[in-house]
Design a protein around this ligand. Structure first.
Ligand SMILES: Cc1cc2nc3c(=O)[nH]c(=O)nc-3n(C[C@H](O)[C@H](O)[C@H](O)COP(=O)(O)OP(=O)(O)OC[C@H]3O[C@@H](n4cnc5c(N)ncnc54)[C@H](O)[C@@H]3O)c2cc1C
Length: 398
């Protein structure tokens, strides 16, 4: 379809939030143009959840999000809920399953979700253009309240403009700081960005301590800044990863200490004392290997004391060993960065927008939705739910 020169709604960023907003506005018979600079639409959806897209979570509340204003997300999450998105998925007969902790994934492929959104846009008459470079945005506020975009597709104007360009994470598939620059153009406050849901790197002494453990995982409890997560930790060549680490990375700031309990199911002091009391003959390494991988158990133990029969450890030694396993304290040297971070923390300050409409309070007709905002979810489908909820709520009003 030929491009028009004027639309009711132009949305920049055809990711999860932009697609959802476009189809919702299109269904209301608004003329909608959805623009993206990437050569392929929806690439992030396609690679999400290991290719199966963890598209939502059965249990979603404001407590699963980080933001300078923790209340901002409540309204949208309650007006477009996980059940609403699940209903869309079921209507399209997309098979899905719950993996763990309420996380819903496609049985087949993430493409099912992308196709559902693209079909929805097509049915709603939304025009989509990829490989589109926006060179300039002008706002004619005083006269007509129009937005005028200069792009490689020519000049396009709209009554409302929605910025859905996401955060800085995964630049190789199209992430950019575009949304933040637009916010600055309109004098909106930004909360500082940090990579989130990202592996953590370690300093040399800690790297030495985990040498040879790369590829081994363990169920742990990890704590930082009063927050804790219980999930799998994965040792890597450069530090720590796995869901537990990705989760805590959202709370971690440079210089913060994190504490890791490698044996969350037992009290090691009590366990060793019980074995000693019962005069059971086993080595500590074998006892530990009942709860951890053998290699990890041995390497971690030998960082404190040599492996011996359990009854040969003094009470003081038992305390030291238990502390080493239950409270591994470390200060990560940094994160793996935006290159691999699943999300970007911070962004457009939510005080600048209405939590009901997502319209900028000082610029009528300008909207920001999705990850570009200072709202970041936990791992587990929460970030897509935020994209769906904010996209839908704005789409209902633009
Ligand atoms: C590897 C990976 C796996 C993930 N898995 C999950 C998961 O399973 N579940 C979950 O809930 N979350 C997951 N996430 C997070 C989730 O993908 C994002 O939070 C969500 O996609 C944000 O939606 P959005 O529409 O706001 O931004 P995005 O999806 O990032 O979309 C932004 C769009 O804007 C476009 N854009 C950027 N700059 C410009 C510009 N200058 N001009 C035009 N267009 C531009 C981009 O090309 C992109 O298409 C994952 C993220 C990654 C990186």
């Amino acid at each position: 379809m030929e491009l028009k020169t004027h639309y009711d709604v132009v949305i920049i960023g055809a990711g999860a939030a932009g697609l959802m907003c476009a189809l919702t506005a299109g269904e209301r018979r608004r003329s909608v143009l959805l623009l993206d600079h990437a050569p392929q639409i929806g690439k992030k959806i396609l690679i999400s959840g290991g290719g199966r897209c963890n598209f939502t979570n059965r249990s979603v509340s404001a407590a699963h999000y980080l933001s300078n204003n923790p209340h901002f997300c409540k309204s949208a999450l309650s007006r477009f809920t996980p059940d609403d998105f699940i209903a869309m998925v079921e209507k399209q007969d997309i098979a899905y399953h719950e993996k763990t902790l309420g996380q819903l994934f496609c049985n087949g492929s993430a493409r099912d979700i992308l196709n559902m959104l693209l079909r929805g846009c097509e049915a709603a008459g939304v025009q989509i253009r990829n490989t589109c470079t926006i060179k300039n945005i002008q706002h004619q506020g005083e006269t007509t309240n129009r937005f005028i975009l200069q792009s490689n597709l020519g000049e396009i104007s709209s009554d409302t403009l929605v910025i859905a360009t996401g955060g800085r994470s995964f630049p190789k598939i199209g992430a950019s700081d575009f949304g933040y620059r637009v916010a600055q153009q309109f004098d909106l406050k930004l909360q500082p960005n940090r990579p989130g849901l990202v592996p953590l790197y370690l300093n040399a002494p800690e790297m030495k301590a985990i040498q040879g453990l790369s590829g081994i995982s363990a169920e742990v409890i990890v704590k930082c800044r009063g927050k804790q997560f219980r999930d799998a930790l994965l040792f890597t060549h450069k530090g720590l990863s796995g869901p537990a680490i990705l989760q805590i990375s959202n709370n971690w700031h440079p210089g913060d200490e994190i504490s890791i309990n490698l044996l969350p199911d037992i009290n090691l002091v009590e366990t060793i004392h019980n074995w000693q009391k019962n005069r059971a003959k086993t080595t500590l390494k074998n006892l530990l290997a009942m709860h951890l991988s053998k290699r990890l158990a041995q390497q971690w133990l030998e960082q404190t004391f040599k492996n011996k029969a359990v009854d040969q450890y003094s009470a003081k030694e038992v305390q030291a060993i238990a502390a080493h396993f239950h409270q591994w304290r470390l200060i990560p040297s940094g994160t793996a960065g935006y290159r691999v971070a699943e999300v970007t923390l911070g962004g457009v300050d939510t005080d600048m927008l209405s939590s009901k409409t997502f319209e900028v309070k000082t610029v009528p007709g300008l909207y920001f939705i999705g990850e570009v905002l200072d709202v970041t979810g936990w791992l587990g489908g929460y970030n897509f739910q935020w994209a769906w909820s904010s996209g839908y709520c704005a789409g209902e009003l633009v």
